[in-house]
Ligand binder design. Sequence first.
Ligand SMILES: Nc1ncnc2c1ncn2[C@@H]1O[C@H](COP(=O)(O)OP(=O)(O)O)[C@@H](O)[C@H]1O
Ligand SMILES: [Mg+2]
Length: 488
Amino acid sequence: MSEGAETAMEPPVAGRPHRLGLSSKLLVLTVLFVMIGEVLIYVPSIANFHKTEIEDRLRTATVAARALTTTGTGELPPDLQSGLLRDLDAYALAVRVGGMKRLLAMSAMPPPVAREIDVTRLSPVDAVREGFETLLFGNSRTIRALGPYQGTGEIEVVFSETGLKKAMLGYSRNILILSLVISGVAAILVYVSLRRLFVRPMQRLGTAVKRWSEDPEDPSRIIVPSGRRDEIGDAEFQLAAMQRHLQDVLKQQRRLAELGLAVSKINHDLRNLLASAQLMSDRLVSLPDPTVQRFAPKLLGSLDRAITYCQAVLAYGKAQEAPPARRLIALHRLAADVGDVTGVSAHASIEWVNQVPPDLEVDADPDQLFRVLLNLVRNAAQALEQSGDDALVRRLTIAAGRTGAVVRITVSDTGPGVPAKARENLFKPFQGSARRGGTGLGLAIAAELVRAHGGHIALADAAPGAVFEIEIPDRPVPLGEVRRSRAS
Ligand SMILES: Nc1ncnc2c1ncn2[C@@H]1O[C@H](COP(=O)(O)OP(=O)(O)O)[C@@H](O)[C@H]1O
Ligand SMILES: [Mg+2]
């Protein structure tokens, strides 16, 4: 029993190696999120940059066109045209006013136009599409850009993608560098502050728990809350409270275990003393003295009960019931055996009724189920034997049936019923007995065994006598079988 107290706490677990610590995870996540944010910003801003570049060209062209159209109506000299186009980085420049198109300047051999972009009719989605068209697929195709000119007119500039794409690439590079810097700075800030706020305190908690579990009974190892007023401070506070509570429980448990050990030692010696007393009393019976003859059987009976009690307590102290080893049991036979062993089936004044269907099978531990039924039947027989009146019906019935995967067994008798005093602690060890010489262990053990089967035991409310009900879930039953048995 004393080992029980020492093994009650699991040995401290060596901290599992971290694949990636909380800090590194935070770092990676921060960089990732900042980058995602930058991409989300980059898409519209590069599209806007593209559009603005084109509008700039159109605006510059507009200024030139206005100057040219106000000074004269004739064609410009070729050297002026090529100078103008070089300044605009364009192949051609034209305006359309009042339905009349006027070509202001044109290079000698302009390449064919591949794309046309009308800035007045560019929706935001189109702006993004056109922008990426230039950025990703632009080589040296020719673009015709159209924009408004003097209210109702239109200006038209034809130019190559090359310059535009180069400007866009430069802009992208700047944004990339900027976002790297921003995400770096943000990541460092987040990392440092989260490390302070969470990671360190978590490590502190972990260390405190580990240190405590190495010697849970040492009061100096209880965590001292840091006094933070947040969730972690709360956790520290709760942990300290739990550790204090556990220490009390441990102390109490150890004391109980020591007490239990002492009791079982005393019990052991007591049993031996009683056994030798019993041996001597056996000899007394043979004395002819009438007084001895009167008292000796009573003395023997008392000694017998005392020894049985000692044995039961010893057995209970030792017992950690093994987990059930389930086998298929013919329940009718098992019940009949219980009747035979307890002597109820051949009893002079008790009527034994075994109502268990002969074909009922249950998947359970045969020994344990036997002991459960033995305890119930013995209790019932004891209750029936109590009353001396011969006119009373003394019937002990054991019945059973299956519902799906659950077998229900009832043990009922026509005795006086369970006394109120016994009902209160019926399934608790050493507490439920209301019988002279009883230990109050029978039902406690029965309940423990039934629970180990995942089942349930209860005292049903029955008017005359007592009815104990056991439910044992055993195995899934094939549906077809159940249907057939229902149909028949
Ligand atoms: N069938 C029954 N009829 C009446 N009383 C019962 C019956 N079964 C159990 N009891 C009561 O429950 C008490 C506890 O039973 P149990 O746990 O077997 O301990 P014990 O038999 O050692 O007293 C008994 O003392 C008895 O008073
Ligand atoms: Mg009993």
